[in-house]
Design a protein around this ligand. Structure first.
Ligand code: ATP
Ligand code: MG
Length: 236
């Protein structure tokens, strides 16, 4: 399996007036294609900051980040957006769906930026919805779906471009436990199909679906371990 992510001593400094916040101090981490990694750590330890850099939503203050053999440490906004579109599928705690758009249109949205015609967009979006078990909810709007279904639509949207990496920042943070486990079952399926997944979670039982657990503290990696107790199927 090839290397997909390689960061070397990346830092992130935020300046707020006279205050300087070292959100990431020095992070060196390698992730291979097909890995399933959980980032854990206390609030403020830098998890989202690191995810945003890995997802090309932001760039590091120093250090290098190689994504899929491209140095993306120092790109412009536009260059980052292009890479993001091609390489990254995002899943957020709050789903981030367009409230007035149907499931199908929400999932098809990234394909507009990719330049596909309407017919191809709808065909791909339908296939992505089917892959998360929601073919029969294509014309529903987000407020006509359950929380778990909304997150499935968001996951279908993340998958529709066939990205190299799926990044999920607390994907189960707004879901009850039963729904959370069903979302984790879906992630496991995606991992079994060869997708690379990185997720942030506060919950130990959710982290244990991942095959590797990285703990952050104060902008540093505190531990980085193989998870010996991978949950094979969600508690029923
Ligand atoms: N845009 C920003 N401007 C200034 N400071 C920021 C910004 N984003 C994050 N920070 C600060 O950087 C540190 C790391 O924040 P980050 O959001 O990465 O933490 P986190 O580990 O994701 O926490 P949580 O578990 O609460 O989501 C925090 O001290 C935060 O206040
Ligand atoms: Mg966060």
């Amino acid at each position: 399996m090839g290397r997909i992510i390689e960061t070397t001593e990346i830092s992130k400094v935020y300046k707020m007036g006279s205050e300087i916040i070292n959100a990431l101090v020095s992070i060196s981490i390698n992730i291979d294609k097909g890995e399933y990694v959980a980032f854990m750590g206390p609030s403020g330890s830098g998890k989202s900051t690191l995810m945003n850099i890995i997802g090309c939503l932001d760039t590091p203050s120093s250090g290098t980040y190689i994504l899929n053999n491209n140095d993306v440490s120092d790109l412009t906004e536009n260059e980052l957006a292009e890479i993001r579109n091609k390489e990254i599928g995002f899943v957020f705690q709050t789903f981030n769906l367009l409230p007035r758009a149907t499931s199908l249109d929400n999932v098809a949205l990234p394909l507009i930026y990719a330049g596909l015609n309407k017919y191809d967009r709808e065909e791909k979006a339908m296939a992505a919805l089917a892959s998360v078990g929601l073919a029969d909810r294509a014309s529903h709007k987000p407020n006509e779906l359950s929380g778990g279904q909304r997150q499935r639509v968001a996951i279908a949207r993340a998958l529709v471009n066939d990205p190299s990496i799926i990044l999920a920042d607390e994907p189960t943070g707004n879901l009850d436990s039963k729904t959370s486990y069903s979302i984790m079952d879906l992630f496991q399926e995606l991992h079994d199909k060869g997708n690379t997944i990185i997720m942030v979670t506060h919950e130990d039982d959710i982290a244990h679906y991942a095959h590797r657990i990285v703990r952050l503290r104060d902008g540093l990696i505190e531990s980085d371990e193989i998870n010996e107790n991978v949950i094979a199927t969600g508690p029923q």
